[in-house]
Ligand binder design. Structure first.
Ligand code: URP
Ligand code: ZN
Ligand code: ZN
Ligand code: ZN
Length: 482
């Protein structure tokens, strides 16, 4: 990264989730120090101050990708984009780590296959209290590997609530997927279309409702990762209208493309779209999810970035169940959401900031240090040209993977300058990041945005027994007719 410096971002339209204003932003020592009109008199050029002209441009809080898998060991392979690629493409991301039934959680961090064993409950507590991990994802899919059953989910959600973490689920019915996969293979369907056919929308929607029901029984906040279907999104929207504390995360893939690609004639093209839950063949899905994101039924956006090259996908060339699951997204999330959300007229610039940054900062307890341009906040800022366009392509992207699911998409909304903790890390097509520049930000438990209502409900909504006079009449002897 370039040396620390003082920056003045001059004359841009500063956009937060609740307000836009034309202002200068002064950055010093990694934080925002002042916001206001004409912070620098015309003609003044103080030594050591770099001025970035943002007139006619937007000045946005840095994006927060809620869901990535960098250098992730999965399905017999390891995802090819690592933390360095991730740092190049993103200001912030919440990376998931994985552990299997026998692994210690402390080796990886915040993603686990969960059982209600005491040691895992203890390790979750250590992670939440001492290591800055405040979210745990449980799988309802991947039978015999990561899948947890309802009683284990109940135990995991109970522990999340106890330690002030947010419970996350991969919501798909693993038993039905296993049966569906057998059926497709028996029908001779071995290609990527089998991946969607064996796990239709209802498989995602059923698990989504089940997870919400269990979380509600525990009064634990719940976060549904990678919402892929209209059916699952409707379940989340209904639950929120019923008052549940539940958040839904569509991803760049589900907002930007669809599952018709599984029927593509070229095997590698179809295989590169394989992820779980799958993209849906209903082409109205991205519009539907974007509308729900725009109106508040869905809350954040991630990517689930988990990339495998064609030769890795080819592990499943004769059997779709062996194709490593995962697609790209980190580099293109902001542009795809701007194009399909803001340029299309579904949401405004403030809602864009909410769903790409602010809401994630609130849910994961980083707000207002992250997710807002305000005095005292970290200077994670993007100077954004809403009118410029770029065409997404694997030939020009900065990811290691050799395919891009958004190939050929023309997007309005182009980042001109990216500033991370007060340093310019990207400008005019040139990155200034080195391996190791990324920094882990510990997150505290009991995020108020999530837990205020939970705590209040525990105080006021816990059922109490009805006061009655004791029953004094006859009681039969057990087993006797009388
Ligand atoms: O297919 C996917 N989603 N790969 C990454 C692992 C996961 O389930 O999030
Ligand atoms: Zn998942
Ligand atoms: Zn295509
Ligand atoms: Zn994932």
């Amino acid at each position: 990264m370039a040396a620390p410096s003082r920056l003045l971002i001059r004359g841009g339209r500063v956009v937060n989730d609740d307000l836009s204003q034309v202002a200068d932003v002064l950055v010093e020592d990694g934080a925002v120090r002042a916001i206001g009109r004409d912070l620098l008199p015309p003609g003044a050029a103080p030594a050591g101050l770099r001025v970035l002209d943002a007139a006619g441009k937007l000045v946005l809080p840095g994006g927060i990708d809620t869901h990535t898998h960098m250098q992730f060991p999965f399905m017999g392979s390891r995802s090819v984009d690592d933390f360095h690629q991730g740092t190049k493409c993103l200001i912030h991301f919440i990376n998931f780590c994985i552990s299997q039934r026998s692994d210690s959680l402390l080796t990886w961090g915040n993603w686990l296959e969960m059982r209600s064993q005491t040691w895992q409950r203890e390790e979750m507590k250590i992670l939440a209290q001492d290591k800055g991990v405040n979210s745990f994802k449980m799988f309802m899919a991947y039978k015999d590997l990561y899948m947890v059953r309802d009683e284990e989910l109940y135990a995991a959600f109970s522990q999340c609530k106890e330690i002030g973490a947010i419970a996350q689920v991969h919501a798909e019915n693993g038993d039905l997927i296993a049966e569906g996969a057998k059926k497709m293979l028996a029908l001779g369907i071995t290609g990527p279309e089998g991946h969607e056919l064996c796990r239709p929308e209802a498989v995602e929607a059923e698990a989504t409702l089940r997870a919400i029901t269990i979380a509600s029984a525990v009064n634990c906040p719940l976060y549904i990762v990678h919402v892929m279907s209209k059916s699952a999104a409707k379940v989340i929207a209904d639950a929120r209208r019923d008052g549940q504390v539940v958040y839904g995360e569509p991803i760049a893939a589900s907002l930007g493309t669809d599952g018709t690609h599984y029927w593509h004639r070229e095997w590698h093209h179809a295989a590169h779209h394989v992820m779980g839950p799958p993209l849906r063949p209903d082409p109205s899905t991205p519009h539907f999810l974007m509308n729900l994101l725009a109106n508040g039924d869905l809350t954040t956006t991630g990517t689930d970035h988990c990339t495998f090259n064609t030769c890795q996908k080819a592990l499943g060339k004769d059997d779709f169940t062996k194709i490593p699951n995962g697609v790209n997204g980190v580099e293109d999330r902001m542009s795809v959401i701007w194009e399909k959300g803001v340029h299309s007229g579904k949401m405004d610039e403030n809602r864009f900031v909410a769903v790409t940054s602010t809401n994630a900062a609130k849910v994961f307890n980083l707000y207002p240090r992250k997710g807002r341009i305000a005095v005292g906040s970290d200077a994670d800022i993007v100077i954004w040209d809403p009118k410029a366009t770029r065409t997404i392509s694997a030939k020009t992207h900065h990811q290691a993977v050799n395919f891009n699911i958004f190939e050929g998409m023309v997007c309005h909304g182009v980042p001109l300058v990216t500033i991370s903790r007060g340093k310019v890390v990207y400008e005019a097509g040139v990155f200034s990041v080195s391996a190791g520049d990324g920094k882990f930000i510990p997150r505290k438990p009991f995020a108020e945005y999530v837990y205020k209502r939970i705590k209040q409900r525990d105080q006021t909504c816990t059922p109490t027994p009805v006061e009655r006079e004791p029953y004094k009449g006859e009681v039969v002897t057990r087993g006797s007719g009388h």
